[in-house]
Ligand binder design. Structure first.
Ligand SMILES: [Zn+2]
Ligand SMILES: [Zn+2]
Length: 295
């Protein structure tokens, strides 16, 4: 079956928690901007089924999610059907009220999410600089990690003391983790920087999209799109849809192995090491990130 690329956001807030808008406004925005699917992920709450049914749009299914929120440690459950209630304070940011370590909380949330057949993604590790690469390594395999989150307070770029989120991703990959990178809006206000996924799924049904997320059949973007992409363990070829950018091949340790300026790139991976991935950056700063190819 021919697969199609679906544009979707996996991290969205509404007035069911701390978003500034009712779900109808959020859904309208994504529908008007050409999205193919949307997960609503409020903090520790699910949208009631009868309300979710009314939010469906002909061209854009709207799916249940939950941002499992344990003080500053947040893990999204995509496709959950039963509310997950953490035994730790949720909306409070006071770590003193939480008696379990960061990695313990991530592991707990991931277990709850996977037990429902849903997909977990660990959110904004640098929110309050909460989750380090060491914390995430201690948490075990969790699947997906936000490397680019549109909320203004999440420190994607790190600082002098803390790694950028993309550096954290490379540390996990270098240590042998199989982690897919995610870009999301974490939209609360509907007029900010945006991040989304382009998912190569068999259909726009939730099960097929979750399968594609589990399998890493997607890329993440903060403004760039692929016109074509072919990858194997031996080579990666890609074409950008919107003109030239700086296209980098990245390998273990986050090392940039090769840089090409242009609209297309063909990389041979013979010298790449255990994994390789591609990042493209346009002159205006917009980026895309493909998933790692393991060798
Ligand atoms: Zn969060
Ligand atoms: Zn959020």
């Amino acid at each position: 079956m021919a697969r199609r690329w679906l544009k979707g956001n996996t991290h969205t807030h509404t007035q069911y928690s701390d978003g500034d808008s009712p779900p109808e406004v959020a859904v309208d925005w994504y529908e008007a901007h050409g999205y193919d699917f949307l997960f609503l992920t409020d903090h520790n709450v699910l949208i009631p089924d009868d309300h979710l049914a009314k939010l469906q749009r002909p061209s854009m299914p709207v799916w249940q999610g939950e941002e499992v929120t344990m003080a500053a440690v947040h893990v999204n459950g995509l496709g959950v059907s039963t509310q997950i209630v953490p035994p730790w304070p949720g909306r409070s940011m006071y770590e003193a009220e939480v008696t379990h370590s960061h990695d313990h909380r991530v592991r707990w949330a991931v277990e709850q999410i996977l037990a429902q057949g849903a997909v977990a993604h660990v959110n904004h590790p640098n929110y309050l600089f909460t989750l380090t690469a060491d914390d995430l390594m201690a948490a075990g395999e969790f699947g997906l990690l936000e490397i680019a989150n549109g909320h203004p307070g999440v420190n994607n770029q790190g600082n002098d003391t803390y790694d950028a989120t993309e550096v954290i991703w490379d540390k996990l990959l270098t240590a042998g983790g199989q982690i897919w990178g995610v870009a999301s809006d974490d939209a609360h206000h509907f007029q900010t920087w945006r991040g989304w996924l382009q998912v190569e799924a068999d259909s726009a049904r939730v099960g097929d999209v979750l399968d594609a997320l589990r399998g890493g059949r997607f890329y993440c973007s903060s403004g760039l799109a692929l016109g074509g992409y072919e990858a194997s363990s031996a080579e990666i070829s890609l074409e950008l849809a919107d003109g030239a950018a700086t296209i980098e091949l990245i390998g273990p340790g986050g090392t940039v192995l090769e840089t090409i300026s242009g609209e297309r790139a063909h990389f041979r991976l013979s010298a790449a090491g255990a994994y390789a991935r591609v990042r493209a950056t346009a002159a205006n700063g917009r980026q895309l990130w493909t998933q790692p190819v393991f060798r």
